[in-house]
Design a protein around this ligand. Structure first.
Ligand code: NAP
Length: 282
């Protein structure tokens, strides 16, 4: 039977570091880190993520400013809010909740976020730096994947890693971060041939396709470390891309959903805001 990788446990250690950082600032009568989150419209997923980010941030003593705009607002209004936050010295990190309503050109709006406050690594500049090997902030979900693997004391160097999915938010940056760790990385997508065989040959399989329970036991081997990034709503529950019950007995290590990658993502986002504050002041 494979072992379960506990994202909550890994997050707890990082949360303790953040709490210590905030407490030390308080003792010196310095301001707590502050994150601003912009929500445009009523996307259910975005409302859920924003409220869970707020909960985690405030539980760690980090300020969380919510900026909500109605779906009927225009691009200029969203950009004005971003500019205000860019100029607000009390704010270290800006989160733009995605997706924006369909009428907006997301790329055009994202590029207005100051790269110095782009704690989720969304802008062209932040992503360019990442691919040039000089990231300012590590993108949170991909960083969560790498942090979980490292927490297992697995030496990533030379490992055959298969990343299933090639989105700009997850697949490509995960592959880049693992390449930076000297893995041999194969990126697969919907047009990949012999997908099962490629996945089965991996030492580490990272799955981010948004297809609930897509990966069954035929995609893994007994030594596979399987990281499930997927979070789809399926039969009323948040469900991963890996069929947990079928795979756990046939692999070496597996992240659950929920309680795996997602359990760490928000904490890493908040950690980025703390890093920004440290860099700004010292
Ligand atoms: P996305 O933009 O829809 O990209 C999906 C990728 O999967 C695409 O590259 C697509 O290939 C590939 N794909 C889809 N069906 C496939 C199939 N049958 N075989 C092989 N490849 C297939 O999704 P995303 O934004 O990367 O998100 C992926 C999942 O991660 C979602 O469930 C999302 O909710 C979740 N997520 C979780 C977190 C977290 O913190 N846990 C954060 C972000 C996202 P093509 O490029 O060929 O179309």
């Amino acid at each position: 039977m494979g072992q379960i990788i506990n994202g909550k446990e890994v997050a707890l250690k990082i949360k303790d570091e953040i709490k210590e950082f905030v407490a030390a600032r308080k003792e010196k009568k310095l301001a707590a880190p502050k994150i601003a989150s912009i929500l445009v419209g009523n996307d259910g997923g975005s409302i859920y993520y924003m409220s869970s980010q707020e909960k985690v941030a405030t539980s760690l003593g980090v300020e969380f400013l919510k900026v909500t705009l109605s779906e009927s607002c225009n691009a200029e209004e969203v950009i004005n809010e971003i500019h205000k936050l860019n100029e607000d010295n009390s704010v270290q990190g800006i989160i733009l909740q995605l997706p924006l309503p369909d009428k907006f050109d997301e790329k055009k709006i994202i590029k207005e976020i100051s790269p110095n406050k782009d704690i989720d690594c969304l802008t062209f500049e932040s992503q360019g730096k990442l691919y040039m090997g000089e990231p300012r902030f590590l993108p949170c979900t991909p960083n969560s994947v790498v942090t979980l693997i490292k927490s297992l004391n697995i030496d990533i160097t030379g490992k055959n890693v298969v990343v299933l999915g090639r989105s700009n938010i997850v697949g490509k940056p995960v592959a880049q971060l693992l390449l930076n760790e000297n893995a041999t990385v194969t990126i697969c997508h919907s047009k990949t041939k012999n997908l099962k065989e490629v996945c089965k040959s991996a030492d580490i399989l990272v799955v981010a396709i948004g297809k609930p329970k897509f990966i069954d036991e035929s995609y893994v081997n007994e030594n596979s470390v399987v990281i499930d990034v997927g979070t789809s709503s399926f039969e009323g529950k948040i469900t991963g891309d890996v069929d947990f019950d079928k795979v756990i007995d046939k692999c070496s290590l597996l992240t659950p959903v929920p309680g795996g990658v997602g359990a760490l993502t928000t904490t890493l986002l908040i950690k980025n805001a703390c890093e920004a504050l440290k860099e700004n002041e010292y």
